[in-house]
Design a protein. Structure first.
Length: 241
């Protein structure tokens, strides 16, 4: 009699032990397929927007825009942007002789401003090559920022920016990293120099355009300072969520 009852018991134990494992294994490919489909959908969205803005024409690489859009979406989903209509991208993979600041109207799908922007003096010469979040480094900090309020300082009208990425740019306020105008950035300076001047880490813009730029991007818009540095791209929590 005991053997009759033992057999069903053995089968129940076997099912309990092995069936969940099979179910979990079966769910693996489905999860991967969902992730792949999501990535493909984003890539298509980014590519379509890139073409709509005609960003190739103004020199912004598709890869830089894809990263910018991904982080912009992240900030948007977390409700960190008071003004989601504006996305600003500093493409520091380019020479400082180039107009490498792009201010985009995400609603109208057009480039509002394309102009020069400086990098930190210790980040490099014509090209920015190294970056830091440390005080007194005089280097640019990569990553995503949210613009804050304005004030008048030694460089005139200036815009505070909040670094959103711990370990990469979260010390921006303490370092005094702001958007401001400067005479060492722009076409006039380039007529007498091989490349634009450099800041103490601030994304300085041409003095004659600074008020327009600051007024456009102030109070809760997304600013992305980009460079294809592997350390940043692989460790950014915003880009790898």
């Amino acid at each position: 009699m005991r053997r009759r009852y033992l057999k069903p018991l053995v089968w129940c134990v076997w099912i309990a032990l092995f069936l969940p494992v099979k179910v979990l294994k079966a769910g693996g490919p489905a999860a991967k397929n969902h992730s792949s489909a999501k990535a493909a959908a984003f890539a298509e969205e980014a590519s379509n927007l890139y073409d709509q803005f005609d960003l190739q024409e103004v020199g912004l690489t598709k890869k830089a825009f894809q990263y910018a859009l991904k982080g912009y979406n992240y900030l948007l989903e977390h409700h960190w942007l008071n003004n989601p209509n504006i996305l600003s991208i500093c493409d520091l993979s380019q020479s400082s002789r180039n107009k490498r600041l792009y201010i985009l109207d995400m609603e109208e799908k057009k480039v509002l401003v394309n102009t020069y922007v400086a990098h930190g003096r210790n980040s490099g010469g014509e090209f920015a090559r190294t970056f830091s979040n440390n005080s007194s480094s005089h280097k640019t900090s990569l990553g995503f920022y949210v613009t804050q309020d304005t004030y008048f300082g030694s460089n005139g009208l200036s815009l505070k920016i909040r670094g959103m990425e711990r370990g990469f740019n979260d010390k921006a306020n303490g370092r005094g990293i702001v958007v401001h105008g400067s005479e060492y950035v722009g076409p006039d300076f380039l007529q007498m120099n091989q490349f634009c001047g450099r800041s103490y880490g601030c994304p300085a813009v041409p003095a004659d355009e600074s008020e327009t730029i600051i007024d456009l991007i102030k109070e809760g818009t997304c600013l992305f300072i980009y460079h294809p540095t592997i350390k940043y791209l692989s460790r950014s929590k915003i880009l790898n969520y």
